[in-house]
Design a protein. Structure first.
Length: 388
């Protein structure tokens, strides 16, 4: 089943509210030639400047319209791989881009970032790159690809306004969207409940009422568990497990299930509904430990067959107009959603911490096996094919 709030995850509107209060809601180019619009290898395209500290990197100075015209001359299709766990999760992104730029098509594939990155490695190893843009959660891959010379050093329009913590100084990669988990529950099934703390999930009254994503199947979910256990202790985890949560694959699945009337599960902290309350749900951000937020990061492959199209996509996604539709922004000059501070001043989260943690692969893998030993291997079909 399609995740019921695709728009909230990728293009959702925000609502006025207080930071820590509970939100309640009701339903509502040919080989050997440079593509048109680019310059031959080693020179910057017309309308761009250089990126300091890079080899041939460029800063975009053309307008969106000028980049659009260059993209049209490449053939009209841009291949994008986006991290996610429902096939249509980025449909709104595709639809909005194609409506804005007539004659262009986003050949957009959503899959788990941890699978996308291996397939990108295969393309690089075979010297057969056919993807133009990659937008992934696996933040540790980007420095490695940049060091291999696999990424285009290109600063799109708006690059200067991205928080420094979310971008490579040489413009090989940069945040395009800002995602986070939240504490969310069905306030029809759990009337009077308030999950303003992680400790609430450990209350025995919620036995058989929780739905959580396997932490050993999703690094951003595992980081959420790590943050809470570090703050509240192993005893919290033991109490949580005593409540017999339903374990699922995919971060969209918990929201789908807790919103479904005929399921007993009603609360989760491993999903998001965007900053809009929906379909009888309520949400808040925890006060007793940090929650996970991160910049979903993008890059253009250096040998991308449609670089101008990818440049257009990234420059458009960084416009204030687009950024204001996705909740918190990766840009420091875009106002925060009404009722919230900007992400860098949001209590109980550090949006740059996930990327730093992801770089320590030995620690990440140690934790993965620790949770696997505790919970078992992640069970179930891929969330892209499980019809949930």
């Amino acid at each position: 089943m399609l995740f019921p709030l695709v728009a909230a995850l990728f293009l959702g509107q925000v609502t006025s509210a207080q930071c820590q209060s509970v939100r309640n809601g009701t339903a509502t180019a040919p080989s050997g030639t440079a593509p048109s619009g680019t310059a031959p290898s080693g020179t910057a395209p017309s309308g761009t400047g250089s990126v300091p500290g890079t080899n041939g990197g460029t800063v975009e100075t053309r307008t969106l319209e000028e980049i659009y015209q260059a993209a049209l001359k490449e053939g009209g299709t841009i291949t994008v791989w986006h991290g996610g766990d429902e096939k249509d999760q980025a449909k709104d992104l595709k639809d909005a881009f194609e409506a804005k730029f007539k004659g262009l098509t986003l050949n957009l594939t959503v899959d788990l970032s941890k699978y996308h990155d291996g397939r990108i490695d295969d393309q690089l190893a075979a010297d057969n790159v056919y993807v133009d843009s990659v937008i992934l959660q696996s933040l540790h891959d980007y420095p490695r690809w940049a060091a291999q010379g696999a990424l285009l050093n290109y600063a799109p329009l708006g690059f200067d306004q991205i928080y420094p913590e979310f971008k490579d100084p040489g413009a090989a990669y940069y945040g395009l969207e800002l995602f986070s988990w939240m504490n969310i529950w069905n306030n029809q099934k759990l009337q009077g409940s308030n999950f303003s703390t992680f400790q609430e999930f450990a209350d025995p009254k919620y036995k058989d009422k929780l739905v959580l994503t396997w932490p050993n199947d999703d690094d951003a979910v595992m980081f959420a568990f790590e943050l809470v256990v570090k703050k509240l202790g192993k005893g919290w985890l033991d109490s949580l497990l005593a409540n017999n949560p339903r374990w699922v694959r995919g971060s969209a699945t918990p929201l789908t299930l807790l919103m479904t009337p005929d399921t007993p599960v009603a609360a989760s902290f491993t999903t998001t509904g965007g900053l809009v309350p929906i379909n009888g749900t309520a949400f808040t951000f925890p006060t007793d430990a940090d929650f996970v937020s991160w910049p979903q990061t993008g890059a253009i492959l250096k040998k991308a067959p449609h670089p101008e199209g990818a440049k257009l996509l990234h420059s458009w996604m960084l416009t204030p107009e687009f950024q204001q539709t996705i909740g918190w922004s990766v840009r420091k000059d875009v106002p925060a959603p009404a009722g919230f501070p900007d992400i860098m001043n949001m209590p109980n989260t550090n949006a740059s911490a996930f990327g730093a943690w992801m770089k320590d692969r030995s620690e990440v893998e140690r934790l993965r096996f620790w949770y696997e030993d505790l919970l078992g291997t992640a069970q179930g079909a891929s969330p892209l094919t499980d019809d949930l």
